[in-house]
Design a protein around this ligand. Structure first.
Ligand code: CA
Ligand code: CA
Length: 170
């Protein structure tokens, strides 16, 4: 009888020891990444010759909680032990230098994207962002930068003249 009780006691301890931490850890095994790179041909695809941008801060927001990490020498970053939920990944734009954004996962060029982590082992690797020097066709700011201040002033004058002409015609 004593042997049976001892065995039952050992089993109870074993079940407690193994099941409790496992149940807790199971909820936060997701991860979010993946890369910030220079999209030289601006096709939104990472070609082998397109380098990553290192030392860029990336923030992960969930409500008022926020986490920070940095891209490595190849432009990769990863937030680990992520629990189920909705997050916003944001790139610290000061760290990409004088580059313009040329790719954003959600199509809106605002240096951030929303990510949902569904399950216990959800590895999200699509939070990629691209930046390039010079003309970025997807943002008006890139066009002005490429033209330079004088060109931008010329364009503004041209638009003003066109507006005035339209008003005169009407
Ligand atoms: Ca590319
Ligand atoms: Ca976006």
């Amino acid at each position: 009888m004593r042997k049976v009780l001892t065995l039952a006691f050992v089993c109870a301890i074993a079940i407690t020891a193994f099941s409790a931490p496992h149940a807790y850890a199971k909820k936060c095994k997701g991860s979010i990444g993946n890369r910030i790179w220079e999209d030289h041909n601006q096709d939104g695809i990472q070609q082998p010759d397109e380098p990553g941008i290192p030392n860029v801060r990336v923030w992960l927001y969930q409500g008022n909680k926020h986490y920070e990490t940095w891209t490595d020498e190849n432009g990769y970053y990863k937030f680990k032990t992520i629990c189920e939920g909705s997050y916003v990944v944001t790139v610290k734009t000061e760290d990409v230098g004088k580059r313009y954004q040329s790719y954003d996962p959600d199509g809106r060029y605002d240096n951030r994207t929303r990510v949902w982590i569904d399950g216990d082992h959800d590895k999200h690797t699509k939070a990629d962002f691209a930046y390039i020097y010079g003309y970025a066709p997807n943002t008006g700011a890139g066009l002005y930068a490429a033209m330079g201040a004088a060109g931008a002033a010329g364009l503004t004058t041209l638009f003003a003249l066109r507006r005035r002409t339209k008003r005169t015609d009407a």
